[in-house]
Design a protein around this ligand. Structure first.
Ligand code: ADP
Length: 765
């Protein structure tokens, strides 16, 4: 009976039937002239219609589609009927005969008669409800995950002598009891509110803190409002007498149910999603027993990449069971043979996950095989058929999910991060996590978390740019990443890095904002000190070089005059001394010039843009054309260099210094300088390598100091400022420069330049 319905003239092949059974794909056909519809069993099932009731008329079939979809289907069928073009419906909503809402995928093609009239439209029909819903759930749980914060905070105090616990009103609330005053309960009563499996753990952790000071930090379930199971994160610390004996343990409790739920939901949504999308990655197979001849579908052939032979039956391929088994990962073989055996002999359901060597790529693929045998009257298996599913993506997906969860947890728990949640941006109240308070030296009782309190803690000079960043984030979703000072209870203002993300409603209006603060005070003050030291040095260098230039010019001028007017009156030593004098003046003038360059460097505004390395190198080679020609140096730029995030003018000076050094510090070889760059997610790494004389690796750091030279000036001229300038340029870009070398082995200079997200910078006023 199903035969006639599915394909009209021809019966379905075995493979088609198997596909329908394992891939849950249905088939349908519309007889256009008679407006009659033919459905396969699966299509009946999806519509919750009994096949015995017979096929519906075309109009009735279309009426199963939800009101918003039906006209579209109607039009699509009419269009196909008149044009002969195929049609496709994705995620179309239907309401089944029993009122169940489902989503379907349907695709159809037309068959035309000799006159070009469409006589039949036929196609496939698939229930994609799970896929549609789980995709939706995924999106929701992802949004939840992003916005999740530890909402709620309670405190407790355990008295060791009386074995009683004082529970704060907030904690009572978390536990589903409304009170305005702290209440005292016995330890046993308190533990009674913790579900059995976690109770012992809590008790043990508490005892361990009391007896040997083991940190008390534990996540456990509890019964919350309405008898609902909730998740708590509890921390505690003992107060001890002078003998070290614990008197009290004080602790805090956070309700972390949203975090646990969000991660659990994400996991669940994920696995459901994977189940739903398997359709595309399922192959089917059939083995005749005992011959072991195996028939596989085209799809399966692709999954395992097996060289198989076409069968006499169309769309099928022949294979040997033994060949199939021998391609299974050695570690999984025994289990697979055992599973088959247990199925055939003990009729245990057959479902195995294993790795299979893909014959084309030689890589192991994770697959899931399911199957069912058929036995004859004597109980001998005669054949076995089933599906095989490529689950490598699911395995990889799960691994990625596990990692991102871990990252999320780390971020939420990281000791240096405090979390705040502005639950409704139209109101002032906020939630601050325990860490938020402790980073500012406050107890949670000291401050009411709100926008006003936050503003009162904010340094007056930081209010404007901080709130401007909030506005910009609300208006254009511009990332909120701001540095500001907050007043610590005892230590004055401290620097924090604030990051946050808002949630927006359907109209794009912000509804809620969740963020974190991170203490960056040490780094920031170190930076400021450095900046100050640098500017002192700059000032000194600029004054010194200016003031030195004037007398220096005099020395140079007058020694030149001396040579011109009195040269012939000087004896041998006199000429020699005059030569030293002029050489010294020249070198000093060079040094003063370099020093001036060095000190002025800090003044220039940075203009960081991605620049093409080839263009900069072309300029460098042009600048150095004379030395390159004289030395015969070869300059190589490795191809496919990424763009460099740098100020073009400074990058050019940097590379020019390094390339010039590479040419200069060369013994007898023809200098060969290789410049290359590679990009990672967060930085660009440039190397400049030469084949020169190299240096002692112990000096690798010192060569970047001002006036530091390793080689005698009689051998190699120079001011000892080139690399100091390089270092400064790199540091202006927040990058790093370092060198590697061995004497006689050439030198490599490495530069790492970060690709930075813009941070709203603020400096000490
Ligand atoms: P200089 O003006 O002396 O070249 P730099 O600051 O550029 O000053 O370099 C400092 C010292 O580092 C140099 O005197 C030299 O001893 C060493 N040096 C720099 N580049 C190289 C290199 N490519 N190979 C070997 N030594 C180098």
């Amino acid at each position: 009976m199903a035969e006639g319905r599915v394909t009209g003239e021809h019966g379905p092949s075995d493979i088609l039937r198997l596909t329908e059974r394992f891939g849950r794909i249905g088939f349908w056909r519309v007889d256009v002239p008679n407006e009659v519809v033919y459905w396969s069993d699966e299509v009946f099932r999806i519509h919750d219609v009994d096949p015995e009731d017979g096929e519906p008329a075309l109009a009735d079939a279309i009426n199963f589609y939800a009101p918003e979809v039906a006209p579209v289907v109607q039009a699509a069928v009419a269009a196909s009927a008149s044009t002969g073009e195929p049609f496709e419906l994705e995620d179309a909503r239907i309401i089944s005969a029993t009122g169940v809402e489902r989503y379907v995928y349907s695709k159809g093609e037309c068959r035309t008669d000799d006159d070009g009239n469409t006589v039949e439209i036929y196609g496939i029909f698939q229930d994609v409800t799970e896929q549609v819903l789980s995709q939706r759930n995924m999106a929701i749980s992802k949004a939840r995950l992003e916005l999740v914060v530890q909402a709620g905070l309670g405190v407790w105090e355990y008295d060791v002598a009386t074995r009683t616990i004082l529970v704060s009103p907030e904690l009572s609330k978390i536990l589903g009891r409304e009170t305005d005053t702290p209440i005292s309960v016995s330890l046993d009563d308190f533990l009674g509110g913790i579900p059995e499996p976690d109770r012992i753990g809590v008790l043990e952790a508490l005892a361990a803190q009391i007896d040997d000071d083991t940190p008390y930090l534990i996540e456990h379930r509890a019964i919350g409002a309405g008898g609902k199971t909730i998740w708590l994160r509890s921390r505690g610390i003992a107060e001890r007498d002078s003998q070290g004996k614990a008197i009290r343990v004080a602790g805090s409790v956070e309700d972390i149910t949203p975090i646990r739920e969000a991660t659990d939901a994400a996991l669940e949504a994920n696995s459901r999603f994977n189940l739903a999308v398997t359709g595309a990655s399922v192959g089917v197979w059939e083995v005749a027993l005992p011959s072991g001849d195996m028939y596989v579908s085209d799809r399966l052939k692709k999954i395992v990449g097996a060289p198989v032979l076409p069968s006499t039956q169309e769309g099928r391929f022949v294979w040997k069971l033994e060949t199939f088994l021998s391609n299974i990962h050695p570690a999984d073989q025994a289990a697979m043979r055992k599973a088959i055996d247990r199925h055939l002999k003990g009729r245990v359901p057959f479902k195995q996950e294993y790795r299979f060597k893909h014959t084309a790529t030689q890589q192991y693929v994770h697959v899931l095989i399911r199957g069912q045998a058929e036995w004859d009257d004597k109980g001998e298996p005669i054949r076995m058929a089933g599906s095989l599913e490529d689950i490598s993506q699911r395995v990889a997906h799960l691994e990625a999910l596990r990692q991102s969860e871990q990252r999320f947890k780390l971020a939420a728990e990281g000791a240096s991060v405090g979390i705040w949640d502005w639950l409704d941006v139209n109101r002032s109240e906020e939630y601050w996590s325990p860490n938020f308070y402790s980073l500012l030296g406050y107890d949670y009782r000291d401050l009411t978390p709100s926008i006003e309190t936050f503003q009162s803690l904010l340094h007056p000079d930081d209010v404007e740019h901080t709130f401007a960043a909030v506005t910009a984030h609300f208006e254009s979703d511009k990332p909120f990443k701001v540095e500001y000072r907050l007043r610590h209870k005892t230590e004055g203002y401290r620097w924090f890095l604030g990051t946050a993300q808002a949630a927006f409603d359907a109209d794009g209006k912000p509804t809620r904002m969740v963020g974190s603060i991170q203490d960056i005070h040490e780094r920031k003050t170190a930076e400021d000190k450095l900046r100050k030291a640098n500017s002192d040095l700059d000032q000194f260098a600029s004054v010194a070089s200016h003031d030195l230039q004037e007398p220096l010019r005099k020395v140079a001028q007058f020694s030149a005059l001396l040579e011109r007017d009195y040269g012939d009156r000087l004896d041998g030593d006199g000429v020699l001394y005059l030569g030293f004098l002029m050489d010294g003046a020249q070198r000093m003038s060079r040094m003063v010039k370099d020093l001036l360059t060095y000190s002025r460097m800090g003044d220039a505004a940075l203009n960081v843009n991605p620049v093409a390395l080839e263009n900069i190198m072309a300029e460098v080679i042009d600048d150095l054309s004379e030395v390159i020609r004289e030395s015969g140096a070869e300059i190589i730029l490795t191809p496919n260099a990424p763009d460099i995030p740098a100020d073009p003018e400074l990058l050019r000076r940097l590379l020019q210094n390094l390339v010039a050094n590479g040419i200069k510090y060369n013994g007898s070889d023809t200098p060969r300088i290789t410049v290359s760059a590679v990009q990672s997610t967060s930085a660009v790494h440039i190397t400049v390598q030469d084949n020169g004389i190299g240096f002692d690796p112990k000096q690798a750091d010192r060569i970047f100091e001002i006036f530091r030279r390793l080689h005698r000036r009689e051998e190699y001229s120079g001011s000892g400022l080139g690399l100091a300038i390089c270092k400064r340029i790199v540091e202006m870009h927040d990058g790093k420069i370092w060198a590697e070398s061995e004497p006689g082995q050439g030198a490599v200079f490495h530069i790492n330049l970060p690709i930075r997200e813009p941070v709203v910078q603020a400096s000490v006023a």
